[in-house]
Write a protein that binds this ligand. Structure first.
Ligand SMILES: [Fe+2]
Length: 425
C-alpha cells in the first residue's frame, strides 16, 4: 500500500486511533489494515483511521530520515507518547514515561499510581538488576486520590501547607515533594491511575496541566498492557518456581538450585546481549531445566551408591523427558525446550543426551549448562559442602580449556562472579 500524500514514496505509516482522536480531529485520509510497521524503533499499528497531519509528518520523517521537530508542545507530547515502547517491561516503560514528561515540563520527578481494588498504588522499582515492581497503597484522601476522583488535571503549588499530601510516598522514594501537577491516566473513558509530576522551580502553570493531561491520555493503553503483563508474568513465575522447588527438593538439592540457575543464566544472557524477550524465555527455560527428573524413579535419582551404566542412562534421559514435558505446554517454544534438552551437552561433544558439539548446541543449552554446574559446585548439598568460588572457577576454567564449555560464556561468568563479589563487599 502506498501513501497518497505528495512526495512520499514510502508505505503508509499507521497510527493508533487515540492519536487521531485526541488532537488530530481532521477528517482522515486513510485505510484500515491489520498490519503494523516498525520504523527506527517506533511501532505504529492500525486500529482505525489515521491523521493526515500525522501522516505527513511521519512521511517526512521517513523520507528525510530526520527527527521531526514538533511545531508545538502538543505535537511534542504526541511524538514522545508514540515513541514509548509498549513492548518494554513495566519498569523500563515507567522510567521512560517519567523521564519524558519531566523533560517536557521541566520537572524533577514523576510518579505513576495505578488503581487497583480501592486504592491507588504507587509503583516503585526495586532491585537494580531485577527491575521488580512493588506497589505502595496510597489512600484516596491523598492528592493523587483527589485528582483521580475529580477526573481532571490539578496543580498544587504549595504542598508544604497541604495536609492531603501523602508523606508515605516521599518516605518510600526519599524525595521531598514541593509542588505537583497531576492527572488521571485514561484508557478511553476509563480511569486506570494517576500520573503526578513533581517539583518545578517556580511552580507549575496551567499549560503544564494541559500537557500532563494530554500525556496521561496518550500513555494509558501502553501502561495498562505492561501493567497487566507484569502481573500475569509475576504470578506465572511463582507457579514455575513452585514446581522447580518441588523438583529440587526431591533431588536432595537445595531448594534454591533452579532459582539460582535461572538467575545466573539471565545475567549471563544479559551480558551476551540477549533481548528482553529472550531473557524472559531463558529464565523460564532455566527454572524448569530439570523438570524431566519427574520421570526418574526415586530408586535411581536418590541412590547413594554408584550408579550402574543402565541407571546412568536413565538419569541422562531427564533431558529428553524435560523436553517432552515442556513441549506439551502452550506458549513454550523451541528456545525454551532447548535449555532443558541440552543443558548437559558439552562444547566438545562429551555431553548428553546426543553428544552435540559447539555450534549444534543451543545458546540456552550452553548458558544453562554452565550456570547449572556453577551453582551445583558453589552450593552446599546433603552429600557435600559448598566449594570455594575460586575453586569452582578454576575447575570451570580447566574444563573450558579442555573444550567442555564455551570460552565466551565462561568469560561472562567470570565477569558476573566478580560483580557479585564486589556487590557483596
Ligand atoms: Fe540436569
Amino acid at each position: 500500500m502506498r501513501n497518497e500524500i505528495e512526495g512520499c514514496n514510502y508505505q503508509v505509516i499507521e497510527a493508533p486511533p487515540w492519536l487521531s482522536g485526541y488532537i488530530y480531529k481532521d477528517v482522515l485520509r486513510g485505510r484500515r489494515s491489520s498490519r503494523s510497521i516498525k520504523i527506527q524503533g517506533i511501532e505504529f499499528y492500525v486500529l482505525g483511521d489515521y491523521s493526515e497531519r500525522l501522516l505527513n509528518n511521519m512521511c517526512r520523517y521517513l523520507k528525510d530520515n530526520v527527527e521531526i521537530k514538533p511545531s508545538d508542545i502538543s505535537d511534542q507530547v504526541v511524538y514522545v507518547a508514540a515513541k514509548l515502547n509498549s513492548n518494554l517491561r513495566l519498569n523500563d516503560l515507567l522510567k521512560d514515561i517519567q523521564n519524558e514528561i519531566c523533560t517536557i515540563v521541566n520537572a524533577s520527578a514523576a510518579s505513576i499510581l495505578m488503581y487497583e481494588g480501592e486504592y491507588l498504588k504507587f509503583l516503585v522499582t526495586v532491585g537494580k538488576a531485577s527491575g521488580m515492581i512493588e506497589s505502595i497503597p496510597v489512600p484516596m484522601e491523598s492528592i493523587a486520590g483527589r485528582i483521580f476522583q475529580e477526573e481532571k488535571a490539578m496543580i498544587f503549588n504549595d504542598l508544604e501547607n497541604n495536609p492531603a499530601h501523602f508523606k508515605g510516598v516521599d518516605k518510600a522514594s526519599q524525595f521531598k515533594t514541593k509542588n505537583i501537577v497531576g492527572s488521571p491516566i485514561w484508557v478511553e473513558n476509563e480511569k486506570i491511575g494517576v500520573i503526578e509530576v513533581l517539583n518545578k522551580t517556580g511552580g507549575f502553570t496551567q499549560e503544564d496541566g494541559q500537557i500532563v493531561d494530554l500525556f496521561a491520555r496518550l500513555i494509558g493503553r501502553k501502561l495498562l498492557s505492561s501493567w497487566r503483563y507484569e502481573k500475569f508474568s509475576g504470578r506465572f513465575k511463582k507457579i514455575l518456581l513452585g514446581i522447580a522447588t518441588a523438583i529440587d527438593k526431591r533431588d536432595n538439592y537445595t531448594h534454591q538450585h533452579s532459582r539460582n540457575v535461572a538467575q545466573y543464566s539471565v545475567e549471563l544472557g544479559r551480558k551476551l546481549g540477549l533481548s528482553q524477550q529472550m531473557l524472559e524465555k531463558l529464565e523460564f527455560s532455566a527454572i524448569l531445566h530439570d523438570v524431566g527428573k519427574i520421570g526418574i524413579p526415586d530408586s535411581i535419582l536418590l541412590k547413594a551408591g554408584k550408579l550402574t551404566d543402565d541407571e546412568y542412562q536413565i538419569i541422562k534421559s531427564h533431558t529428553i523427558y524435560g523436553a517432552e514435558v515442556l513441549s506439551g505446554i502452550k506458549y513454550v517454544d523451541d528456545d525454551i525446550i532447548s535449555g532443558a534438552l541440552e543443558h548437559h551437552e558439552r562444547f566438545d561433544g562429551s555431553g548428553y543426551p546426543y553428544g552435540k558439539k559447539d555450534g549444534d548446541i543451543s545458546l540456552f543449552g550452553l548458558i544453562i549448562g554452565i550456570a547449572d554446574v556453577f551453582d551445583a559446585l558453589s552450593s552446599r548439598r546433603t552429600y557435600k559442602d559448598a566449594w570455594q568460588i575460586s575453586d569452582v572457577l578454576r575447575m570451570l576454567e580447566e574444563d573450558t580449556q579442555k573444550g567442555k564449555f564455551s570460552p565466551n560464556i565462561f568469560d561472562k561468568l567470570k565477569e558476573l562472579v566478580q560483580e557479585m563479589q564486589a556487590a557483596s563487599q
